[in-house]
Design a protein around this ligand. Structure first.
Ligand SMILES: C[S@@+](CC[C@H](N)C(=O)[O-])C[C@H]1O[C@@H](n2cnc3c(N)ncnc32)[C@H](O)[C@@H]1O
Length: 247
């Protein structure tokens, strides 16, 4: 299986896989952070936007939303969901914009798709160049030192006489700047069961290194990975929300 079939041939299952995610709460929280720390501007870009769930909710807060993603099938679904938004096929590690943004987001740990630290650095540099003065970059991330290879998340959904079971887990081998996001989809109908497994190469780093990469470009605020309240990071949790204000 190719390493991005979930975002190409199986993109039609993506929203089912994410049915448990409270995108509205995530989007509301990002909006609150932008109101507190941002420049008040309304030009928004979602990196690795997928099928556009955050754009859907942030449009309701009167942002003029755009999305960038590297897989056209995901953008096609995003355009169906958010016909008013602009979408562009591109790589978040090397994008340029004609008109700068006030608010750039990147959720569901998608910043890790930059793959390794040199490309993550190029992504951060591209985001910085794409922001207006006082603009903010908001994303979530995981700390490689807190990855538990034994943990996995699973959930099932029934749709049109089929039962879908989705699984996801991180795997970090304990050294280096790469880790793997393992995903699985099992589709069971009355007659058959089909199983797909996907392994996505991701950048691995700890939060000290991430903050060191961001510091030349941004003032950084780190929060607990909560979406119904804003709580400063306790410096222990292995996942967090980063809010970065352009210097
Ligand atoms: C886990 S999904 C997240 C989608 C969306 N942000 C969400 O929260 O549901 C990851 C997305 O990242 C996109 N992606 C992967 N590598 C990328 C890259 N280098 N540049 C832009 N998008 C990328 C994939 O196509 C996919 O849509």
């Amino acid at each position: 299986m190719s390493d991005n079939v979930l975002y190409t041939d199986l993109s039609g299952y993506y929203d089912l896989m994410c049915a448990d995610i409270n995108y509205q709460a995530q989007s509301n929280n990002a909006h609150r952070l932008q109101q507190i720390f941002g420049n008040g501007g309304k030009r928004h870009l979602d990196l690795a936007c997928g099928t556009g769930p955050h754009i859907h909710y942030l449009s309701q807060e009167n942002y003029q939303c755009s999305g960038l993603d590297i897989n056209q099938p995901m953008l096609d679904l995003a355009k169906q969901r958010c016909p008013q938004a602009q979408f562009e096929l591109g790589n978040m590690c090397e994008f340029e914009v004609a008109d700068a943004y006030d608010f750039i987001t990147c959720f569901l740990y998608s910043i890790h798709y930059s793959g390794d630290i040199p490309r993550l650095t190029r992504c951060i540099d591209s985001v910085h160049k794409a922001l207006n003065v006082g603009g903010v970059f908001c994303f979530n991330a995981v700390d490689k030192d807190h990855i538990n290879n034994a943990l996995s998340a699973k959930h099932s959904v029934v749709q049109q006489d089929c039962r879908f079971s989705f699984g996801s887990s991180w795997y970090y081998r304990g050294e280096g700047d790469t880790q793997t996001l393992k995903l699985s989809i099992e589709k069971t109908s009355a007659e058959t069961t089909q199983v797909w497994t996907d392994e996505h190469p991701m950048v691995a780093l700890n939060f000290n290194t991430l903050q060191a990469l961001l510091t030349p470009y941004f003032d950084i605020h780190v929060f607990e990975h909560e979406h119904d309240k804003i709580v400063p990071w306790d410096k222990v949790s292995g996942n967090a929300i980063f809010l970065c204000v352009k210097k």
